[in-house]
Design a protein around this ligand. Structure first.
Ligand SMILES: C[S@@+](CC[C@H](N)C(=O)[O-])C[C@H]1O[C@@H](n2cnc3c(N)ncnc32)[C@H](O)[C@@H]1O
Length: 192
């Protein structure tokens, strides 16, 4: 039996979780995904990281924990009240830039930026503007998504969107794609 979470939790974890529960935000990333993000982040020293969909900063905290001191993370969300929790808890970390913006507009405006690591955890950059987000990924860079396994709370038609996204990734010749039936359904993509 392998224990999934044996690593140390980020120091801000308890505080973020408490504030997240207090505000009723239910879409936070699960712990196994977060530990994977930390592990993969550690494979990219001195790199530029992007998180699309900060929420309250739970995964953000884990990504920061995996990053080295020379790396930077941009994380964006369109919900100011959620970003406020992330800012309160992680704002002292100078490697982190929190952005309040609509993801679609931000991706279009910042298409020239390049990243070694993208955690796409919202609609823009995942179900919308997928190719544009992948354009921002450097060669050898990692693109990660989760929530690809069926969930009871999926709205009608969402399964088709997931299937379409997975097919779009498979159709690209410049990507190495691994779909894992693990946690909420994580997919790891590396640009060749
Ligand atoms: C799955 S949650 C992110 C969870 C977060 N990564 C975590 O670890 O807990 C998705 C987030 O996307 C944000 N969002 C939804 N639509 C958006 C948009 N068009 N642009 C930017 N953010 C958006 C929501 O406010 C929500 O916080």
């Amino acid at each position: 039996m392998i224990e999934e979470v044996t690593t140390e939790y980020p120091s801000a974890y308890d505080s973020i979780k408490k504030a997240t529960q207090a505000c009723g935000f239910l879409q936070m990333s699960e712990i196994s995904t977060c530990t994977l993000l930390k592990t993969l982040a550690a494979s990219k020293p001195g790199s530029r990281f992007l998180e699309l969909g900060t929420g309250t900063g739970l995964a953000t905290a884990w990504i920061l924990d995996g990053m080295d001191k020379d790396s930077t993370l941009m994380s964006l969300d369109n919900e100011e009240s959620l970003l406020h929790i992330a800012k309160e808890n992680l704002g002292v970390d100078k490697r982190l830039t929190l952005i309040c913006a609509d993801g679609n507009e931000w991706i279009k405006k910042n298409s020239r930026l390049k990243f070694s690591f993208i955690f796409a955890d919202t609609w823009p950059g995942k179900y919308m503007l997928l190719n544009e987000a992948l354009e921002m990924l450097e060669k050898g860079g990692i693109y990660i998504i989760d929530d690809m396994l069926p969930q009871p709370n999926w709205p009608e038609g969402h399964a088709d969107k997931v299937a379409g996204l997975l097919q779009a990734l498979d159709d690209r010749q410049d990507l190495a794609v691994t779909k894992m039936g693990w946690a909420s359904g994580v997919v790891i993509v590396v640009k060749k």
